[in-house]
Design a protein around this ligand. Structure first.
Ligand code: MD3
Ligand code: FE
Length: 207
């Protein structure tokens, strides 16, 4: 199914995952979180905790602590390698990304009802040629996206459970964030909250 071009470089597939596929993916993510428990990232410098908790799967994972933001092959607290990316996510990347190399990181963000994520760019990757693919599960998020400078107009989109979005081209370096989570908007996660998965290429592909 063709997605909706909601802005230059942004494609939205509302409800791309069926309710059954969402349940199966949550089950796979519970196994990921058993192997790689959610951790609380901290801001570089200040060490202020994020309100979002995170884990990763795939060969690399994104972490943030007092020393900085980076990708690394091990969990920051257990030292274990990240668990494998569920095959269904790799298949989604192959179908939707248009990128001829596999994703290397899947960052899993968990939002409880008061959590948010301030406006930022994703630029810790070595290559911006690949899009970032986002999968939303659970409560609806109010997502904000602007341009490639911090100032300037932004627009707001609701990301609902089962939605998939791709951010490529001129949107790859767009400022974006999560303003709030609409508590009680989904019954997928028994305790509520929202999971967001972002599939990313981190390293430059081999020549
Ligand atoms: C636009 N996550 O993990 S997903 C992040 O819902 C992040 O958890 C948000 O921003 C979340 O970095 C937003 C949508 C998204 C993800 C990555 C992008 C939009 C993006 C990268 C570039 C441009
Ligand atoms: Fe981001």
């Amino acid at each position: 199914m063709a997605g909706l071009a909601v802005a230059p470089g942004v494609t939205h597939w509302p409800g791309r995952l069926s309710p059954e596929a969402q349940v199966a993916l949550v089950k796979a993510l519970r196994a990921v979180a058993r192997a790689a428990p959610f951790f609380t990232p901290r801001m570089p410098g200040t060490a202020k905790p994020f309100s979002v908790r995170m884990t990763n799967c795939g060969p690399l994972g994104w972490v943030s602590d007092q020393s900085g933001y980076r990708y690394q092959p091990q969990h920051p607290e257990t030292g274990a390698p990240w668990p494998a990316m569920p095959a269904v996510l790799v298949a989604l990347w192959e179908e939707l990304s248009g990128y001829p190399h596999p994703p290397e990181a899947c960052l899993v963000n968990f939002y409880e009802s008061g959590a948010r994520m301030g406006l930022h760019q994703d630029r810790d990757e070595e290559t911006f040629d690949a899009p970032v693919l986002s999968v939303s599960l659970g409560d609806t998020a109010v997502f904000r996206i602007g341009g490639t400078t911090r100032r300037g107009p932004t627009r707001s989109l609701r990301l609902s459970s089962g939605d998939v979005l791709a951010f490529g081209g001129e949107a790859r370096l767009a400022y974006h964030g999560i303003d709030r989570i609409l508590a009680g908007s989904s019954a997928l996660l028994p305790q509520g909250g929202r999971l967001n998965l972002t599939l990313r290429r981190v390293t430059k592909p081999p020549a």
